[in-house]
Design a protein around this ligand. Structure first.
Ligand SMILES: *Cc1c(COP(=O)(O)O)cnc(C)c1O
Length: 361
């Protein structure tokens, strides 16, 4: 069976049958090369309102080829395996819409994990099958439990590694075992939003061998471009093709392309690596200092730029934090996370501030 045959049968039939919107910029591809270009195909204004670069009067390329090339080489995959989206959150949404029929299909998640998977499922009308991470083993993946909980309704399995909000990497071998076992049965989505902080290898290298694997990356965290909304979905070209048919016509605004291209120059990539390494150092220092505070019960091991901290009393800690102007994430109402806060590692003085505030709880 070809790679494509292993994964396209999982796509919603009505999406496979869809005639996608053909934008002006897509059709313009067929113009003969060279010579004069007169752009009268997209009802644009021929003049731009300001002298700012880039010129904003024109619709952008649906998938700017220079950006796709740079992202592909950054993540070690081919351009045909790469889709640029408005944050990786849009990648999650597109996957739900492509694979899950409302009222019939389901996704499988491993809580506690990133909240958008369940939200995107709810929006699409897909069920959520939860298979909790093993808390006693520092929130390890329970691959056997995932396989036991799997049903044919499960079209997508979301693995987040390093996992948000617990912070740890999922075991690579167990994850691979799942991906292999689910070939032809489910797409496994590995969300690597925090991978740069971990030093661990990406699952992107497995995409060619595993057509049911999708990897999500983002420029929001290590690259410091959360405001630009630039995420990347890496997958088999057949899956990328399906997602391309349902994504909004021009998802990469020209200023976003410009910001991302600048971040992805050799100097930009080196700066992001340095920044990620510094933040990971800061997180290590923060974690060990937090562990020594009397108000802290436990700090979970983290491979990301944040730590999950179990407080003696999360309510009191949040009250103190709010009073001091410190904003951290209260996860204490989630199953398995009683009294837990998620704290992002910031600049050294910001980490120091966290310690001062929580020392007096
Ligand atoms: C932050 C985060 C994202 C979202 O990234 P965007 O690219 O900003 O949409 C995706 N997954 C996880 C696990 C995250 O924590």
């Amino acid at each position: 069976m070809s790679a494509t045959d292993q994964v396209l049968p999982l796509v919603r039939p009505e999406i496979l049958a869809l005639t996608p919107y053909s934008s002006a910029r897509k059709e313009a591809k067929n113009v003969a090369p060279g010579g004069r270009r007169v752009w009268l195909d997209a009802n644009e204004n021929p003049q731009t309102p300001s002298a700012h670069a880039p010129l904003l009067n024109r619709y952008p390329e649906p998938q700017p080829s220079d950006l796709v090339d740079r992202l592909g080489s950054l993540y070690g995959v081919a351009p045909r395996q790469t889709l640029v989206t408005r944050g990786s959150d849009e990648g999650i949404d597109l996957l739900l819409r492509a694979f899950c029929r409302a009222g019939q299909d389901a996704i499988l998640i491993t809580p506690p994990t990133y909240g958008m998977y369940a939200v995107a499922a709810a929006i699409q009308g897909a069920r959520v099958v939860p298979v909790p991470l093993i808390r006693e083993k520092d929130f390890a993946l329970d691959a056997d439990a995932v396989l036991a909980a799997w049903t044919p309704a499960v079209k997508l399995v979301f693995l987040c590694s390093p996992n948000n909000p617990t912070g740890g990497l999922l075991d690579r071998r167990e994850s691979l075992r799942l991906i292999r076992a689910l070939l032809g049965r489910s797409v496994v989505v590995v969300d690597e939003a925090y991978l740069e902080f971990s030093g661990a290898p990406s699952f992107a290298a497995e995409i060619t061998a595993q057509p049911n694997l999708v990897v999500l990356r983002t420029l929001s965290k290590a690259f410091g471009l959360a405001g630009a909304r630039c995420g990347v979905t890496l997958a088999d070209p057949a899956v990328i093709g399906v997602l391309q048919n349902i994504i909004a016509p021009y998802p990469v605004p020209a200023p976003v392309r410009q910001a991302a291209l600048t971040a992805l120059t050799p100097a930009g990539i080196a700066a992001a690596r340095e920044s990620a390494a510094a933040l990971a150092d800061g997180r290590r220092a923060l974690a060990s200092a937090l562990a020594r505070l009397p108000s802290v019960r436990r700090v979970w091991p983290s491979d990301a730029n944040f730590v999950l901290v179990e407080m003696a009393d999360a309510g009191r800690a949040m009250t103190a934090a709010r009073a001091a102007g410190l904003i951290v994430r209260d996860r204490s109402r989630e199953p398995g996370l009683a009294n837990c806060l998620r704290i992002t590692a910031g600049l050294p003085d910001e980490n120091q501030f966290v310690l001062e505030v929580l020392r007096h709880v």
